[in-house]
Design a protein around this ligand. Structure first.
Ligand SMILES: [Zn+2]
Ligand SMILES: [Zn+2]
Length: 406
């Protein structure tokens, strides 16, 4: 008992009242516990010689803060500089950093508002083609994509990608990140084939340029897996996701938000393949970790809880009923409601699908599919460090994950 009480102390002031929170960086267990106010005080003291990064990066382990600590520091920084002139470099960085915090918390409309304002300032001060301006434009596109505004996002991403290819080159990490994000917007519009093609290219290039274990490479692999899953290629998706999860655990740590998201995504793929026992175990463990690291009301935590419910309800259903029986039962219900025989309903549905296909072909559209955005972080921009927040997500029945990392 006494040891667990000792473990609740803030690493900075060594006080346990009020209870400290996890920093969410790589500092494990009690070494990651601190008061937000103590870390704010430390950031203020260190900013002059260590730079702005003290507001988002742990000065002990070098990894970013996550969760409540990340957001708390971001808000504290913003409140210190918000009254400065719009042209102030620090105010601009604090605003963009706050936008990334909002993304991490799933508040994409708030992020969009901040990023639009900052982008206006950057275009005026630095010009359209400055790397920081491009980064903000790319991040804005991400926030749009996360709200389902894939068309708007895609338009910005194509512009940014054109400039980056010309100015930075095809295989620059920023160019790769933008291409990866464009693929997610395409996927969001149901263009899975186009998305997959770009994602395979981006993944190959990031393995070469950044290395197998770089967080961006992991994100790109995770995004490809998500697209494959969306196309029903579960076996390849599962293989990639297992690799990504293993590497994330080793490189980022067991409870890093990206590792947790990878676990949730793999569990979803398992559930799609009716591997419910393993899916349930993973979701149970990852739900507990989500609650600890991100809190009970974070969108990712809620998505995992929902998936766990789905899996458990599937497990309660008898196997034969679940597979063949379920579709038949639904069809019979609909047939009864329409006063048709099940057979004539099947025929009617086939005719309706064919007619819909013709209509879409006439309009030159692709059949819409449920999809979410996804991706991960890209660090770029010197002052902001990680100005490019990407996100890793999924659509469909399982793992409605909308996490964002930076
Ligand atoms: Zn403290
Ligand atoms: Zn740390």
């Amino acid at each position: 008992m006494s040891s667990s009480v000792e473990a609740e102390c803030c690493i900075i002031c060594l006080d346990s009242d009020p209870p400290p929170i996890q920093s969410g960086c790589a500092c494990r267990s009690d070494t990651g516990l601190a008061h937000l106010d103590c870390l704010i005080e430390k950031a203020v003291a260190q900013q002059a010689h260590r730079g702005y990064k003290v507001w988002w990066e742990c000065q002990t382990c070098g990894q970013e803060f996550t969760g409540a600590m990340r957001t708390g520091l971001g808000e504290a920084w913003w409140s210190r500089v918000r009254d400065e002139a719009a042209e102030s470099a620090e105010r601009l960085c604090a605003a963009l950093n706050l936008a990334l915090c909002r993304c991490s918390d799933g508040r994409f409309a708030d992020a969009e508002r901040i990023q639009r304002e900052a982008l206006g300032v950057q275009r005026r001060l630095q010009g359209e083609e400055h790397p920081d301006t491009l980064t903000t434009a790319g991040n804005l596109a991400q926030s749009l994509s996360k709200q389902g505004k894939h068309g708007d996002a895609q338009r910005i991403q194509r512009e940014v990608l054109g400039v980056e290819r010309r100015v930075l080159g095809e295989e620059h990490p920023c160019t790769l990140a933008t291409a990866g994000n464009l693929a997610l917007s395409l996927k969001g519009q149901g263009k899975h084939g186009d998305a997959e093609r770009i994602q395979r290219e981006v993944l190959g290039a990031s393995r070469r340029v950044l290395g197998e274990e770089h967080p961006c490479t992991l994100t790109n692999a995770g995004n490809l897996a998500s697209t494959l899953k969306g196309q029903g290629q579960y076996a390849e998706a599962e293989r990639i996701q297992r690799e990504v999860l293993g590497t994330s655990r080793r490189v980022l740590g067991e409870e890093h938000p990206k590792t947790l998201m990878s676990a949730g995504n793999l569990a979803a793929t398992l559930a799609y393949q009716d591997k419910f026992a393993e899916a349930e175990r993973m979701l149970q463990a990852t739900l507990e970790a989500h609650r600890r690291v991100l809190g009970d009301t974070h969108p990712n935590t809620l998505a995992i809880a929902e998936d766990l419910e789905h899996v458990r309800s599937e497990m309660r259903t008898e196997q034969p009923t679940r597979t063949a029986g379920k579709a038949a039962a639904r069809r019979n219900e609909r047939a009864a409601a329409l006063a048709l025989s099940p057979t004539s309903l099947v025929e009617a549905e086939a005719r309706a699908r064919a007619a819909e296909g013709e209509l879409l072909a006439m309009l030159d559209l692709e059949a819409p599919e449920a999809a979410g955005g996804g991706s991960s972080g890209k660090g770029k921009g010197k002052a902001k460090g990680k100005a490019k927040g990407k996100t890793n997500g999924e659509g469909g029945k399982w793992a409605l994950i909308r996490g964002a990392d930076s």
